[in-house]
Write a protein that binds this ligand. Structure first.
Ligand code: ADP
Length: 332
C-alpha cells in the first residue's frame, strides 16, 4: 500500500531531497503555475522587494514543497521550513517570525492545520509585518508590538477549502497544482533516472508514467521499485516488460487507479447505485479516513472523469460504470 501512497513515506525523504528540481525551468509541467510564478518572482526582484505571499494548493506529491524551495532559490533568499501541526502555540510562531531576516521565505506546509491563535498572529504578520507579544496574565497583561522583517510566506495546503477566509485573503497569489499528464511524468522519470543512474527505456518510462496516478512522488517511487526488480530479475535495464512485471504486484490499472481508488468507485457504483452519496459515508464503506478520500482519492477520480461532485453528494459518471465493465443504468 505504501508504495503507491502519494504521501511521503519511509525512504522517500532522502531520495526526494536529491531529486528536487532546483529552478523553475527544471520543474516539469504545471505550465500555468510556472509562468505566473515566474512573473511574480521576476517583478519582485526588479522592484527589489519581497514578493506577495504565495499559496500552493493541491493533492500530496505534486511538487508543492519543491516549488517552495525553488521560490527561495530564484529569489536568492533563505528559507525557513515548518508546518501547521508543528505550530501549536502562538508563541512558537512569534519566535519564528521575529527571527526572520529581510527577504526570507517562510514555508508553512499543511497550513490549514495551524492552530487558531497562531493563525490570527499570522494574519497580522503577513499584512503589517508585526507581531503582538502578550506579556503577563489577566488584567495586567499587555501586548508589546514587535516588528517583523518583510518576508514572503509560502503556504502549502492539500485542502484550500479548510483555510479561513481572512487567511486566504492575505495571499497575493494562489497556485492550484493539478495532476500531471503521462507525458509530463515521463519527463520527470527520465530526469530522475539520469540522476539516480538508472537505465530506463522510453517504453519503460511510458509504462511507469501511466501507472503513477498523475503524481511525481509515486512515479519516482515506482521507478525505484522497478530498478530493484530489474537488478534482481533482469539485466538492470528497465524495458516495458520489466516495468510491467515489476509493477504488476502493486495493483495499479492502465489509467492509474490504485486499489483504494477502485474500492471507492466500486462502493459508489455497487453499494450506492452510483450515488449521490456523501464523502463520509463512502469513507466508512471502504474503511478509510474521510481525509484520505477527500484529499487523495476524490481529486484523482474527478480528474479522471469518473466521479462528479454535486450539491447532493458524489455521483459516478457514465465512464465509471464503463471502467468497471458495467453498463450504466438508463434514465439517470
Ligand atoms: P508535495 O510537497 O506537493 O507533497 P513534493 O514537492 O515533496 O510534493 O514532491 C515530491 C517529489 O516529487 C519531489 O521530491 C520531486 O522529486 C518530485 N517532483 C514533484 N514535482 C516535480 C516536478 N514538477 N518536476 C520534477 N520532479 C518533481
Amino acid at each position: 500500500e505504501e508504495v503507491v501512497s502519494p504521501y511521503q513515506v519511509g525512504e522517500d525523504r532522502d531520495v526526494e531531497t536529491s531529486l528536487r528540481p532546483k529552478s523553475l525551468t527544471e520543474f516539469v509541467g504545471q505550465v500555468r503555475v510556472r509562468d505566473q510564478l515566474g512573473v511574480v518572482l521576476e517583478s519582485a526582484k526588479r522592484r527589489d522587494q519581497a514578493p506577495d505571499h504565495i499559496l500552493l494548493s493541491g493533492p500530496p506529491g505534486l511538487g508543492k514543497t519543491s516549488l517552495a524551495f525553488i521560490i527561495a532559490l530564484e529569489l536568492g533568499a533563505s528559507i525557513r521550513v515548518t508546518s501547521g501541526p508543528a505550530i501549536e502555540r502562538a508563541g512558537d510562531l512569534a519566535a519564528m517570525l521575529s527571527n526572520l531576516a529581510e527577504g526570507d521565505v517562510l514555508f508553512i506546509d499543511e497550513i490549514h492545520r495551524i492552530a487558531r491563535p497562531a493563525e490570527e498572529m499570522l494574519y497580522v504578520a503577513m499584512e503589517d509585518f508585526r507581531v503582538d507579544v502578550v506579556v503577563g496574565k489577566g488584567p495586567g497583561a499587555t501586548a508589546i508590538p514587535l516588528d517583523v522583517a518583510p518576508f514572503t510566506l509560502v503556504g502549502a495546503t492539500t485542502r484550500s477549502g479548510l483555510l479561513t477566509g481572512p487567511l486566504r485573503d492575505r495571499f497575493g497569489f494562489t497556485a492550484h497544482m493539478d495532476f500531471y499528464s503521462k507525458d509530463e511524468l515521463v519527463r520527470v522519470l527520465h530526469r530522475s533516472a539520469r540522476l539516480l543512474e538508472i537505465d530506463l527505456t522510453d517504453e519503460g518510462a511510458d509504462e511507469i508514467g501511466r501507472r503513477s496516478r498523475g503524481t511525481p512522488r509515486i512515479a519516482n517511487r515506482l521507478l525505484r521499485r522497478a530498478r530493484d526488480f530489474a537488478q534482481v530479475r533482469a539485466n538492470g535495464v528497465l524495458t516495458r516488460e520489466v516495468c510491467r512485471a515489476a509493477l504488476a504486484v502493486y495493483d495499479i490499472d492502465e489509467i492509474g487507479l490504485d486499489r483504494l481508488d477502485k474500492l471507492v468507485l466500486e462502493a459508489l457504483v455497487n453499494g450506492f447505485a452510483g450515488g449521490p452519496v456523501g464523502v463520509s459515508t463512502l469513507a466508512i464503506a471502504v474503511g478509510e479516513e474521510s481525509q484520505t478520500i477527500e484529499e487523495v482519492v476524490e481529486p484523482f477520480l474527478v480528474r479522471a472523469g469518473l466521479l462528479a461532485r454535486t450539491q447532493r453528494g458524489r455521483i459516478a459518471t457514465e465512464s465509471a460504470w464503463q471502467h468497471l465493465g458495467l453498463t450504466p443504468p438508463t434514465g439517470r
